[in-house]
Write a protein that binds this ligand. Structure first.
Ligand code: CTP
Ligand code: MG
Length: 221
């Protein structure tokens, strides 16, 4: 089966607070985008990088430096719009993996586990972890109204892998969501999760970058 990979890197990284797009922020001497590309490209047949519209030249430099034959297209105003742009740029593939450049310490094994779940019959799959913090629901004024049972909750990571026809149909409905699994769920598709790892964390806030540096320095791939 042919695997198409879309790496979304078009966000600005407002919460990280650097003066250039988050995908170009450095971790151990290389950009977050370069890490993600290098770690996943070997497990895909076709790669599309979705770059920040105002910084396409820099996206090109990062892709060239990684030595991956990836097409580069400009993203949209939302993550969903950026994923849609990436999907449109892919050729004929059987499954599509969508990965956040903001998760630099991904590995090809994560992609392969999710692809295997889709080949095994799921419409979509992604790595995920059990939630470890106790979860509270609050009302106005941060008053706790309820403790949520976390035993059935999972925190989902990327790459998220889809049957190509299912993902294209989900995006054709034109809805917006924080991830693409939600679009497939809304369409009644079956989503099966596979084991994630803490090191697949998303770099969102400055502390996340420190944590990623520690994982990188720990030596394990
Ligand atoms: N993304 C994108 N296009 C957008 C928004 C987000 O391609 N219009 C990508 C980001 O580049 C990132 C991933 O989606 O790889 C996850 O988004 P997030 O962590 O929210 O990144 P940003 O939107 O860049 O950060 P922030 O929300 O703090 O501005
Ligand atoms: Mg965002």
């Amino acid at each position: 089966i042919r695997v198409g990979l879309v790496i979304v890197a078009a966000g600005s990284g407002t919460r990280l607070g650097h003066d250039h797009p988050k995908a170009f922020v450095r971790l151990g001497g290389r950009s977050l985008l370069a890490h993600a590309l290098d770690r996943l490209a070997s497990a895909a047949h076709e790669v599309v990088v979705v770059g920040p519209p105002g910084h396409m030249a820099e996206a090109g430099v990062q892709v060239e430096r990684s030595g991956t034959a990836a097409r580069i297209v400009p993203g949209g105003a939302t993550r969903t719009g950026s994923v849609a742009a990436g999907i449109d740029a892919l050729g004929s593939v059987d499954v599509i993996a969508v990965h956040d450049a903001a998760r630099p310490l991904v590995d090809a094994a994560a992609l392969r586990r999710a692809v295997a779940a889709v080949v095994g019959g799921a419409d979509a799959s992604a790595p995920a972890l059990p939630v470890t913090d106790t979860l509270k629901e609050v009302a106005d004024g941060e008053v706790v109204t309820r403790t949520v049972d976390r035993s059935a909750l999972r925190a989902v990571q990327t790459p998220q892998v889809f049957r190509a026809d299912v993902l294209r149909a989900a995006h054709a409905r034109g809805d917006d969501a924080t991830d693409d699994l939600a679009l497939v769920e809304a369409g009644g598709g079956t989503v099966v999760l596979v084991p994630g790892r803490a090191r697949y964390l998303k770099v969102t806030y400055p502390d996340d970058l420190l944590l990623a540096e520690a994982f990188l320095a720990s030596g394990e791939p």
